[in-house]
Design a protein around this ligand. Structure first.
Ligand SMILES: NC(=O)c1ccc[n+]([C@@H]2O[C@H](COP(=O)([O-])OP(=O)(O)OC[C@H]3O[C@@H](n4cnc5c(N)ncnc54)[C@H](O)[C@@H]3O)[C@@H](O)[C@H]2O)c1
Length: 263
């Protein structure tokens, strides 16, 4: 029997989204996979169900207030189980120096990465409260901790998400609603591979990055982010809130090229 419903926004994406959706379903919750790409959401949920796991796909545009309210106001109650958690994963990137970013590009990015998380959290909170509490996990980015060149607008959105995380934790802790943020480093995802391919040899870029910019020379997988999200959703983390747990193989703490001084 399902432990209740956990909404994963952008949960059909074949990077972190699917890693989180799978971990949520494997932990025994019904993974409600809300995604702009509804065909992918249906496909991913059907694949999980074929493995005996509990998952449902649904259309969701986190930038659209009506779409968010439809998911939380109609779809979640139609599944019967209580809402136990939300993972704000849906996000887009933008790599451009700030001077080249149009106001429209800024608004679109923030409309998904920051405002979208606000809309989903706002819709989830009353349902979590009426279930006696729950957990909201936001997917941030190490770009908010130490941005690479060209990431200023993305860093601003993910930095805003850090503040939103702490604010939700403060506002609703007394109702046993927890909220924490996972800022991942470089994670193996098709979105990333596309960006690196546009710069040249994607495989070589990744090899150089993990070898010189991380303390641990391994490529982080979406499943690892899923495992951490599942922990933060579970009762095992019942006293953890307002936390920022980076999962970046040490990259955000490295000031120097890791080859220096290595034997
Ligand atoms: N991949 C990384 O290296 C990395 C690193 C740090 C942070 N992140 C963050 O992790 C999250 C997932 O990134 P990913 O690259 O793994 O992508 P992903 O594979 O999880 O795919 C993202 C999904 O979001 C969906 N989506 C986009 N806009 C949407 C909207 N308006 N409403 C609903 N769904 C929408 C897409 O259809 C896609 O399925 C993002 O928030 C991203 O900023 C990723």
């Amino acid at each position: 029997m399902s432990r209740g419903v956990v909404v994963v926004t952008g949960g059909a994406g074949d990077g972190i989204g699917q890693g989180v959706s799978r971990a949520v379903a494997e932990a025994g919750w019904t993974a409600l996979i809300g995604d702009l790409d509804v065909a992918a959401a249906q496909r991913v949920s059907a694949d999980l169900r074929a493995e005996g796991l509990d998952a449902v796909g649904a259309p969701l545009d986190v930038a659209d207030e009506r779409s968010v309210d439809e998911l939380f106001g109609r779809k979640v109650p139609s599944l019967g189980g209580p809402l136990r958690g939300l993972v704000n994963n849906a996000g887009v990137g933008l790599v451009k120096p700030l001077g080249d970013v149009s106001a429209t590009e800024w608004d679109e990015l923030h409309g998904i990465d920051l405002r979208g998380a606000f809309l989903c959290a706002r819709a989830a909170i009353p349902l979590l409260a009426s279930a006696g509490g729950g957990s909201i996990v936001n997917i941030g980015s190490v770009q908010a901790l130490g941005p690479h060149v060209g990431y200023s607008s993305y860093a601003a959105a993910k930095g805003g998400l850090v503040g939103l995380t702490r604010g939700i934790a403060a506002d609703y802790g007394w109702e046993h609603i927890r909220c924490s943020i996972i800022p991942p480093g470089l994670v193996d995802s098709p979105q990333n591979r596309e960006i690196f391919a546009s710069w040249g040899d994607a495989d070589q870029f990744i090899k150089d990055y993990v070898g010189t910019r991380q303390m641990i020379p391994r490529l982080i997988t979406p499943e690892e982010i899923g495992d951490l999200a599942a922990f933060l959703l579970s009762d095992a983390s019942r006293s953890i809130t307002a936390a920022e747990i980076t999962i970046d193989a040490g990259s955000s703490r490295m000031a120097f090229d890791n080859r220096e001084g290595r034997s």
